[in-house]
Design a protein around this ligand. Structure first.
Ligand SMILES: [Zn+2]
Length: 439
């Protein structure tokens, strides 16, 4: 049955028309008619659920929704949004029948109906090989996000596999995403809850014209001597677990008050991708984290480099930390990438020391056994990254921290886990030698 293509529940493309209306074209109608003709007799186009990607960070492609007996099935694939890689997904499943049933007393059917969500073609996602490690998050109307359990893995006749999750039919709607979303709303909450510790400034705009925010706890002064770290997240816009770790870092610094180092941080570096729901790894025209040459290959990086140079002139630049998420189903623990630096080998060794100190603070609870790594996997652009810029231009360590989306050694991660890991990183940064001996 899984080789059949059930009909389209027509939904407009979030990518091609972010806010506008799209009307079914003649081609859409023709496709629908053809699909209806080949539909298995027992399944019908759903009258119960409509899918929408028109929510923050929305992403899904090739969505089809069918009803068969009491089960409604939503099939989807993460949308590459024009890039070579896909992984991030986030969409809403709205229960269409709710309104009409409000007056239907004793109608028990919603409780008996089920919603099955099927991730198709997971083999085409970045690092999505271990299907059992996919643990998306979901939320119902007026409820918080929660982690789904392990998927049922469906073996297809041609050798491919799919991952499926079953839920009770939502009374109103249900959202589902690869992992806990983190966007501007969460950042505003952080700023509010840290009571004035973080000041937000707009340091420029993205290639799509959206403001790029930078938070700071101190503007410093020209030739200032306060130790300072420049932090970054979401160069790859779908890598939300990195944001939750950074959230913990920033909350911990706020608790330290004046004991914290001077920190400037750009938490949503690829803001276009965050808002559009792009996965954003290796996206075009250039991966943000490969665009750090001089001159830079993305406007966002131009903005960030100028801000970092400004920063480095107003404190004693102690290093940069960039927060990421690894392959989609990696689950051995957090780890750090350090950059090899030909121009400044002594700074590389300081990066190793910083990364090792963070690994030690993470402990067995969070750290992968092989915590400190060099990024030597094949890249589409063998051009400078954030870490190279920190080391070669600003003469201080530049490291990346990778945090799994869902699991560490079988333990499902909560947002509090991510934040706890971040708090430990903040403690390491605050204690890291102000002037590394090797500099
Ligand atoms: Zn990344």
């Amino acid at each position: 049955m899984h080789s059949a293509n059930p009909p389209l529940k027509l939904l407009r493309s979030h990518r091609t028309s972010p806010r506008g209306k799209r009307f079914p074209s003649a081609t859409d109608c023709l496709v629908l008619c053809v699909l209806l003709a080949i539909l298995p007799r027992s399944a019908t186009a759903s009258s119960r659920i409509a899918v929408s990607t028109d929510i923050p960070s929305g992403n899904a492609a090739n969505v089809r929704v069918t009803d068969e007996a009491a089960t409604t099935t939503v099939r989807f694939t993460p949308h590459p949004h024009g890039g070579p890689e896909c992984l991030w997904f986030c969409f809403r499943m709205k229960h269409l029948e709710t309104a009409g049933k409000e007056n239907a007393l004793n109608d028990s059917s919603p409780a008996q109906e089920h919603l099955k969500v099927v991730l198709e073609c997971p083999g085409n996602t970045l690092g999505g090989g271990q299907l059992a490690h996919f643990r998306p998050v979901f939320r119902l109307a007026n409820q918080d996000w929660q982690r789904a359990g392990a998927p049922k893995i469906i073996q297809l006749a041609d050798g491919r596999r799919e991952a499926a999750w079953s839920f009770r039919m939502p009374a109103d709607f249900m959202d589902i995403a690869l992992s806990y979303p983190y966007d501007r709303e969460h950042l505003d909450k952080l700023i509010e809850e840290t009571a004035g510790f973080w000041r937000a400034d707009t340091i420029g705009v993205s290639q799509g014209g959206r403001p790029i925010l930078r938070l700071s706890n101190d503007y410093g002064a020209r030739n200032g001597k306060r130790p300072g770290f420049y932090l970054l997240a979401r160069q790859h816009s779908g890598e939300v677990s990195g944001s939750w770790v950074l959230d913990g870092v920033l909350r911990r610094f706020a608790e330290m008050g004046k004991e914290a180092p001077m920190v400037w941080v750009a938490p949503l570096a690829n803001i276009d991708g965050v808002e559009q729901g792009d996965y954003g790894k290796d996206n075009f025209p250039y991966d943000l984290n490969r665009a750090w040459g001089s001159p830079p290959m993305r406007h966002e990086v131009l903005v960030l480099q100028r801000d970092m140079r400004l920063f480095a002139g107003r404190c004693r630049f102690s290093g940069g930390v960039d927060f990421h998420s690894p392959g989609g189903t990696e689950a051995a623990g957090m780890y750090a990438f350090i950059s090899k630096s030909i121009q400044a080998p002594e700074v590389s060794s300081t990066s190793t020391n910083l990364a090792a100190a963070i690994g030690e603070a993470m402990g067995g609870e969070f750290a992968a056994k092989n915590f400190v790594r060099t990024a030597d996997y094949k890249s589409r652009w063998e051009t400078p990254r954030f870490g190279n810029f920190c080391q070669d231009e600003l003469n201080a360590p530049g490291i990346s921290i990778e945090t799994p989306y869902a699991l560490i050694e079988g333990r499902a991660l909560t947002r509090e886990d991510y934040q706890q890991a971040g708090r430990r990183i903040a403690d390491v940064l605050a204690a890291f030698p102000e002037t590394p001996a090797t500099r």
